[in-house]
Design a protein. Sequence first.
Length: 259
Amino acid sequence: MISGIRFKSRWCAVCSVITLPPDTIAALTITFLSLLIPFQAQAGTDNGMTVGAIDSSTTQVPEAVIKEAYRRLEIPLTVIKLPPARSLKMTSSGLYDAELARVKVDPKLYPDLIRVPVAIDLIEAAVFSKSVDFSVDGWDSLKPYRIGIRRGVKFTQRGTQGMNVVIANENEQLFKMLDKDRVDIVVLNKHNALTAIERLGLTNIRMLKPSVHYLEVFHYLHKKNKHLLPALTHELQQMEQSGEIEAIMSRVRATTPPR
């Protein structure tokens, strides 16, 4: 049997002498590393849990919640932050033990991931305006306007599909466009939006009501760790009922500047 270390070393040597596109190398690496799984302990709890996460400040609330839940179970936790698609691929392949936080994972596309059925965060999508004023009534009420959204935010992309959309790479960029009347409204995570407005010192931007959408966020286990589901669900339910999850949300959001 080839040890994990020798296998990885040989694969790295192969990659160093073969010239391939980066995406191809990444895909092949995941495939080759997945061959190590049968030789590794199937339960991630032997040496703690390795958890994949999206590299964004928006995961800091669920990270704090999940770390507390695993602490109560006396399970060490290592969080590895990656781009969204890569993190999900690593977890679904079994190279990571769990996925920190996802709004929704399609079970048909990712049958090896098991949702822990207690929400660990709530995303509130709000609408911001400089000059237009209306009562927000779902996504369809945004159709008459030029809408600014953040690149890579799936729920705003889905909600505004087919509408007049302008995409920006950064939160501050969205509100600069709104301030200069290049868009009529901006749709963004409420917490991130309010922080961006404060950073820019904008006093002429207001939040319209009600919010356009709410999204619950959940933790996902790889199926090899399904034995943890009952205990982890119990701890999160206890934290929810005691108000601790809500307290963590408030504390982290008060001290974490989004990006």
